[in-house]
Design a protein around this ligand. Structure first.
Ligand code: CDP
Ligand code: CDP
Length: 224
């Protein structure tokens, strides 16, 4: 038995998971663990090393040779692979395209989940991803499943990329998000799914502070 509190936030791309999880973590002084960044890092490493993302055995071998560090900073999570900063490299269109394939392999997921559980045991923490409430932390104290329409999610990503001065195409983003949703929801191993005991929150018409407050209120309920 431990007194550690874990919060699980799952949902499709662009639903607001990482933005909201980071703010809730700051407010509650919890550790924030971006599990998507871990799969992105492996996808990036596979591209760099010419490893076929359809080959689960080769990906697992590659994963065994890399350390992934998530360092929380004011501007967001800094991601290091074998001590090299890949924070921006893991957000490219090429990584977006390859990452659901990388994340579909059982051997890869087993190792990632083990690493994620170890991180979650380090203290009160909030993890965001696709399978946190269903697989990584089935006993999490609070589980939230965030959704929003594909249109709104694509518009949010578009606005974010424009703000960062990145090239951005709204129609391409819509297609990328819809494709990734489909691959993540239909894969055999730990598909994207709302846990039966998760609270569903449609953020289509909600602001970031509204979602953050909802989650903080759930954590502060007397049951915890
Ligand atoms: O930020 P965004 O929602 O676009 O994606 P992400 O959270 O960075 O996750 C990238 C990809 O990693 C997802 O599309 C999934 O294929 C995979 N992923 C996963 O399978 N399981 C997780 N717990 C987190 C991410
Ligand atoms: O992590 P995930 O892919 O679920 O989404 P995100 O990266 O946290 O959010 C995508 C974009 O939507 C960010 O630019 C957020 O600032 C924005 N957002 C929003 O406008 N309204 C919300 N309620 C949640 C996120």
């Amino acid at each position: 038995m431990t007194n550690i509190i874990n919060i699980a936030i799952d949902g499709p791309a662009g639903a607001g998971k990482s933005t909201v999880a980071k703010l809730v973590a700051e407010h509650l002084s919890y550790l924030y663990i971006d599990t998507g960044a871990m799969y992105r890092t492996l996808a990036y490493a596979a591209i760099q090393n010419n490893v076929d993302t359809k080959n689960g055995t080769a990906l697992k071998e590659l994963l065994d040779t890399i350390t992934i560090q998530l360092i929380n900073e004011k501007e967001g999570t800094k991601v290091l692979v074998n001590d090299q900063d890949v924070t921006t490299d893991i957000r490219t269109a090429e990584v977006n395209k390859q990452v659901p394939q990388v994340a579909s392999h059982e051997a890869v997921r087993l190792e990632m989940v083990e690493r994620q559980r170890k991180l979650a045991m380090e203290g009160n923490s909030i993890l965001d991803g696709r399978d946190i409430g269903t697989h990584v932390l089935p006993n999490a104290d609070v589980k939230v499943f965030l959704t929003a329409s594909v249109d709104v999610r694509a518009k949010r990503r578009h606005a974010e990329q424009i703000k960062k001065g990145m090239p951005s195409n709204l129609e391409e983003l819509k297609k990328d998000i819809a494709k990734r949703d489909e691959m993540d929801s239909t894969r055999e191993v730990a598909p994207l799914r709302k846990a039966s005991d998760a609270i569903g929150l449609d953020t289509t018409a909600l602001s970031i502070p509204e979602v953050v407050n909802e989650i903080i209120n759930l954590v502060k309920k007397p049951a915890l």
